[in-house]
Design a protein around this ligand. Structure first.
Ligand SMILES: Cc1ncc(C[n+]2csc(CCOP(=O)(O)OP(=O)(O)O)c2C)c(N)n1
Ligand SMILES: [Mg+2]
Length: 388
């Protein structure tokens, strides 16, 4: 027969239950999906620009412009290097969706963390990684951040709050959740952003990670990039939801839909969500509607894309064009100021690329270091290279 609980144990058990019940339930959102910055179609004679509602100062707006141009021009240079067969592996473009990565990362504080996908180079640059590191990494050079051990943006920088991606497909959500649990235990008040694609959102790891972050009320911002494709699979064959943001309801967290090609809106929505998460509100899902104008990587000829679709987005909804129009119309800057920023960015890219090209390739045996803790390999199993 089961032992009857004593008065005291029942009381303390009730106490524990009461404590759990006392924890306020997640806030009730009247409208779980906020579409304040949702995209709108360009109409005849009225090309798209960016949202008017911003707290950003002119200097910050110009800094955003610099990051947008930097992202696009670094990628263009990577394509040149790829065609010269200097890149090891593939080149993954964010052409047409740069505003999502740049605007969202720009809304964070220096101590906050991000984990980007291959299409979030802009966020990596905003976090303070220099183009020379990107070039050296893509060319697998010895001076690159992983010393030639890994490629593209598969590296990290803990000091700068940049967690390198392990996988593109969902796995970074639980990793970021773990980082936030660790930060909470260390009483560090940080917010973390994890980027995810429409394809990656269909994986189990995404679900488990976000569910845990939601129930623990962790300050995790998930930026879901609706760019219409996962490799060659259109989003309509990926999920039965019309908007990725709808999925937030399954986790009891708020969500927003933002025009991913409006850099100002991406900033504002992330700032709002980061403030909410920092105040203890917990996880937020932000869906950015955008479009992948290049294939999965440079080798992909995009034969599965409907005719004229790419050209339509290029002509009517390019994030850099839209922001340039905004800056000029709002008198934030004149064209010569924008040209000056582009010249400075171009010069920095020249310098950084030359530096990366001048790096030697890594020595083969260096591959054995910095991957595992080699000191724990028992001497009998230690290959001669580890004895040095
Ligand atoms: C386990 C696993 N399977 C397949 C891949 C190959 N892969 C890399 S990215 C990708 C598609 C990702 O699509 P999405 O999540 O929409 O991101 P996007 O490329 O559009 O940014 C696939 C299938 C992988 N990296 N890992
Ligand atoms: Mg996608």
């Amino acid at each position: 027969m089961a032992e009857q609980p004593t008065k005291t144990s029942r009381k303390s058990e009730q106490g524990a239950h009461a404590k759990r019940r006392d924890r306020p339930p997640g806030p009730r959102f009247e409208m779980r999906i906020s579409t304040k910055y949702a995209p709108h179609e360009p109409s005849e004679g009225k090309p798209l620009t960016c949202t008017d509602e911003t707290s950003l100062k002119p200097d910050q707006l110009l800094e955003l412009y610099r990051y947008l141009k930097l992202t696009r021009l670094v990628e263009e240079r990577l394509v040149n290097l790829y065609r010269q067969t200097k890149v090891v592996g593939g080149v993954f473009r964010s052409l047409g969706q740069e505003a999502t990565a740049v605007g969202t990362a720009y809304a964070l504080q220096p101590g906050d963390f991000i984990t980007p996908l291959i299409r979030d180079l802009g966020a990596v640059l905003v976090k303070g990684i220099r183009p020379r590191d990107i070039f050296a990494q893509y060319m697998a050079k010895a001076w690159g951040p992983s010393g030639g051990r890994d490629l593209n943006i598969h590296f990290g920088d803990m000091e700068k709050g940049f967690i390198g991606p392990i996988s593109h497909l969902g796995d970074m959500i639980p990793v970021m959740t773990g980082i936030l649990v660790g930060a909470r235990m260390q009483k560090k008040e940080i917010v973390a952003v994890a980027y995810i694609g429409d394809g990656g959102m269909s994986t189990g790891a995404f679900h488990e990670g976000l569910n845990f972050a939601a129930v623990q009320r962790l300050p995790l911002l998930v930026i879901a990039e609706y760019n219409h494709f996962a490799y060659s699979t259109p989003t309509s064959l990926q999920t039965a939801c019309r908007d990725l943001a709808e999925k937030a309801a399954g986790y009891g967290i708020p969500s927003h839909i933002v025009d991913g090609n409006d850099v100002v809106a991406c900033y504002e929505v992330t700032k709002h969500a980061a403030d909410y998460a920092r105040r203890g509100g917990g996880a937020v899902l932000i869906e950015a509607k955008t479009y992948r104008r290049k294939g999965h990587a440079e080798h992909d000829d995009q034969r599965y894309v409907a005719p004229d679709e790419i050209e339509w987005w290029e002509k009517h909804n390019d994030p850099v064009d839209r922001f340039e129009k905004y800056l000029l119309e709002k008198n934030v800057a004149k064209q010569d100021k924008l040209d000056e920023i582009v010249s400075e960015v171009t010069r920095a890219i020249e310098e950084d690329c030359a530096w990366a090209e001048s790096s030697p390739l890594p020595e083969g045996e260096k591959a054995a270091y910095g991957v595992f803790d080699n000191s724990i390999v028992p001497p009998a199993f230690r290959p001669p290279v580890l004895e040095k």
